[in-house]
Design a protein around this ligand. Structure first.
Ligand code: NAD
Length: 277
């Protein structure tokens, strides 16, 4: 995989770019344009989901790019209402058709939904999809360590990835440690804290000024240097370019410590223990 973004190696040997492009809350036609811009800017990993309603636009941009399939890393996710063995297989077929692909690189269970108790059956369908070669890797999203424990007790393929909310205000120490012990890669969603107050925090602004970089670039560097996979989202071409231009500088120990001190265990999204949509 040749790209300006270095890969991490997942627990099954598959390479995944450490930085990709997220398309949550981007309508289908706008996603097509944004993904095209991202691919031109050098992104090779795209993170979508059935519930985002933009798998088709994403697929169209991929097809139009002319980039070889083996240079791309495409992630999609199974939505909550499709959990269960048979419904997962059907939902996966629908996602592949919308993307216009023969396989995805990573398929994730979007939420654990502990109150519904279907995650194990759902994951067994994921194992079937994986063994059929239609997903190069399978994993989960928003799983707490207790949900991962249940899954690994009852199924045989260790998830390659857990995609969780993670940014300097929610650093997820316990989850990251558990993932590292289990060989599960940690992927950070809302890595920029959704661009809200986080990018104006004085400590981050000061580090950005010191390096002649932007606050978003500093936050992305922090993630990369602690080993997270990141999938920042933007529909603005200049920001799309800015967010991938993070491989020409590094934060020093003092910068990293100043950002690590910003943890507030504060979520922007739902709590996976109770979210049941
Ligand atoms: P993000 O942290 O990537 O922030 C995106 C927002 O930050 C943009 O809308 C824009 O307002 C701002 N921004 C982006 N680049 C900027 C820059 N360079 N300078 C200033 N502001 C900038 O938030 P996100 O979209 O919530 O998360 C990223 C991706 O994670 C999503 O698109 C999606 O793919 C994924 N995600 C997954 C889940 C899940 O449940 N698995 C949930 C939310 C998001």
């Amino acid at each position: 995989m040749s790209s300006k973004v270095p890969p991490i190696i997942l627990n099954n040997g598959v390479e995944m770019p450490q930085l990709g492009f997220g398309v949550w809350q981007v309508p289908d036609d706008e996603a097509e344009r944004a993904v095209a811009t991202a691919l031109e800017a050098g992104y090779r990993s795209i993170d979508t989901a059935a519930i985002y309603g933009n798998e088709e636009g994403t697929g169209k941009a991929i097809a139009a790019s002319g980039i070889a399939r083996d240079e791309l890393f495409v992630t999609t996710k199974l939505w909550n209402s499709d959990q269960g063995y048979d419904s997962t297989l059907r939902a996966f077929d629908a996602s592949l058709a919308k993307l216009g692909l023969e396989f995805v690189d990573l398929y994730l269970i979007h939420w654990p939904l502990p109150a519904q108790g279907k995650a194990v059956d759902t994951y067994k369908a994921f194992e079937k999809i994986y063994s059929d070669g239609r997903a190069r890797a399978i994993g989960v999203s928003n799983f707490l360590p207790e949900h991962l424990r249940l899954l690994t007790e009852e199924t045989s393929v260790i998830p390659a990835v857990n995609q969780i909310e993670l940014h300097p205000h929610l650093q997820q120490h316990e989850a990251r440690e558990y993932h590292a012990e289990q060989g599960i890669a940690t992927e950070a969603w809302s890595p920029l804290g959704q661009g809200k107050g986080l990018l104006e925090v004085p400590a981050i602004v000061a580090i950005a000024q010191k390096h002649g970089r932007t606050p978003a670039q500093v936050v992305l560097r922090w993630h990369l240097q602690i080993g997270n996979v990141v999938i920042p989202k933007s529909v603005t071409p200049s920001r799309i370019a800015e967010n991938i231009d993070v491989f020409g500088f590094s934060l020093d120990t003092e910068d990293m410590a100043a950002i690590s001190a910003l943890n507030e265990d504060r979520r922007l999204g739902p709590d996976p223990a109770t979210f049941n949509a």
